[in-house]
Design a protein around this ligand. Structure first.
Ligand SMILES: *[C@@H]1O[C@H](CO)[C@@H](O)[C@H](O)[C@H]1NC(C)=O
Ligand SMILES: *[C@@H]1O[C@H](CO)[C@@H](O)[C@H](O)[C@H]1NC(C)=O
Ligand SMILES: *[C@@H]1O[C@H](CO)[C@@H](O)[C@H](O)[C@H]1NC(C)=O
Ligand SMILES: *[C@@H]1O[C@H](CO)[C@@H](O)[C@H](O)[C@H]1NC(C)=O
Ligand SMILES: *[C@@H]1O[C@H](CO)[C@@H](O)[C@H](O)[C@H]1NC(C)=O
Length: 182
């Protein structure tokens, strides 16, 4: 039940949302930049507040055009996923298998899924640079899946960080595809 490995359940959920995003397909013109572009881009996402706050945490976001902003979004997704894996590893390594085996197994499930997700998502920037936005989107979706699976297992220590990964990568997946740069 716990250690089911990376499955593609959230992608099914995401595909249900795609028509909603298609209606907003004309997101930004190439000239727009700064706060206005960040707001406008995030205005079309599901988790607007997290989208804005994570983009605004990186000074580069204010100077980027829409293409640049999406690339930064991938980089931020990669570091967020990697940092979450580091955190999960630290807590997991410090948890004994015998004290609460159920909890330990849940932590192991989160750890293994995040470990796999970091490997996959680290390929997303190269794909993006080749203009393969749909493939880049799929790589980011691995992080969203890891977060989805970890959320369902409900390890209390992981909830907050996992939520952030879940929401931000969800939005980046759908911005990359079906709302790629022109
Ligand atoms: C967006 O910015 C990048 C540099 O970050 C530049 O190479 C590219 O030509 C710009 N795209 C448009 C459509 O202006
Ligand atoms: C956000 O979207 C709503 C409706 O789609 C629109 O009324 C509003 O002006 C948009 N805000 C920004 C900052 O683009
Ligand atoms: C490791 O676990 C112990 C006791 O369970 C706790 O006191 C300590 O703060 C933990 N260390 C880390 C780095 O989580
Ligand atoms: C083990 O951890 C779970 C959380 O996954 C918790 O619900 C349960 O109460 C814990 N059991 C013990 C004996 O602490
Ligand atoms: C993840 O973080 C570690 C350091 O904690 C670093 O060595 C590694 O290169 C990072 N991986 C990615 C894909 O960013």
């Amino acid at each position: 039940m716990v250690n089911q490995g990376p499955i593609s359940l959230p992608l099914t959920i995401l595909s249900v949302l795609i028509p909603f995003f298609l209606m907003n397909s004309c997101i930004a013109t190439s000239e727009e930049k700064g706060t206005a572009l960040i707001r406008k881009t995030c205005n079309h996402t599901m988790y607007e507040k997290i989208c804005i706050s994570i983009f605004e945490s990186d000074p580069r976001s204010f100077k980027a055009n829409y293409t640049g902003l999406l690339r930064i979004g991938i980089e931020l997704s990669v570091s967020l996923t990697n940092d979450t894996l580091s955190y999960i590893s630290k807590v997991f390594d410090n948890t004994s298998e015998t004290s609460n085996h159920t909890l330990w197994l849940k932590m192991k499930g989160c750890h293994d899924n995040y470990d796999f997700a970091v490997f996959e998502i680290s390929q997303a920037t190269d794909l993006f640079d080749k203009g393969l936005y749909r493939d880049a989107s799929r790589k980011v979706a691995f992080a969203n899946e890891a977060a989805f699976l970890c959320r369902t297992s409900g390890v209390p220590q992981f909830v907050e960080r996992n939520n952030k990964v879940d929401k931000f990568t969800h939005d980046i997946v759908l911005l990359l595809y079906p709302n790629p740069p022109k």
